[in-house]
Design a protein around this ligand. Sequence first.
Ligand code: DCP
Length: 232
Amino acid sequence: VKQRITKLIKSSKLGSGVLNRPFTVGVEGNIGSGKTTFLEHFKNHEDVHISAEPVDRWRNLNGHNLLGLLYQDPQKWSFTFQSYVQLTMLQNHLNKIEKPVNLMERSIFSARYCFVEKLSRDGILSPPSVAVIDSWFHWITTKMNVDVDLIVYLRTSPEVVYQRILKRNRPEEISISLDYIKSLHELHEDWLYHKRLHKCPAPVLIVDADLDKTKIKKEYQRWEPNILNKKF
Ligand code: DCP
């Protein structure tokens, strides 16, 4: 009976089987909210696999810096960029993980609900382009196993992350404005805090990520049992 159930579950969605999936945590938050620092904190934990965001791949696809192109000329390149983001996020979701917990930097969901949404509202992505990205998104999220079990929302204020972005000074991000960061903040808030507009794919754990690096460690430790699935 167990074998038949396993077969049924496996055939219901493409990708990794449901029974042997790790506890999958999506780490979300505005640009500069500290997702990388958060993942660093858990990197030596024996139960945890870290699926880092594929920014390096966005910066070098056969020699093309898609992230750089996006910021240089969003009108021209946002469809190319977001299509590739969707592919690389899907690949991250489908990675075979041997450890009990998979911590993922972002997910296919924030790409659609925050970034594509913003580009669409601003008229930078045209309606036909959004329709294509959406068709892929709908197919992927209904047919493939991109489930997450928990979302950690690194909640910040726009002013704080804006200062961090200025300080880290990534060449591609020089043109980012405070207004853009404020809009992305609102989109994250609508999705993960107010839970309106889009369906939340998992329960959300809210972490105060305005705290600086020394204080935030305590916040991580406080939530560690939830994040490592030792409490649910
Ligand atoms: N980006 C985008 N569209 C997406 C995902 C990311 O335009 N669907 C851009 C925004 C940033 C860069 O990619 O310029 C990386 O953004 P993230 O917020 O995902 O990663 P950070 O490195 O900024 O995270 P943190 O500072 O929280 O570690």
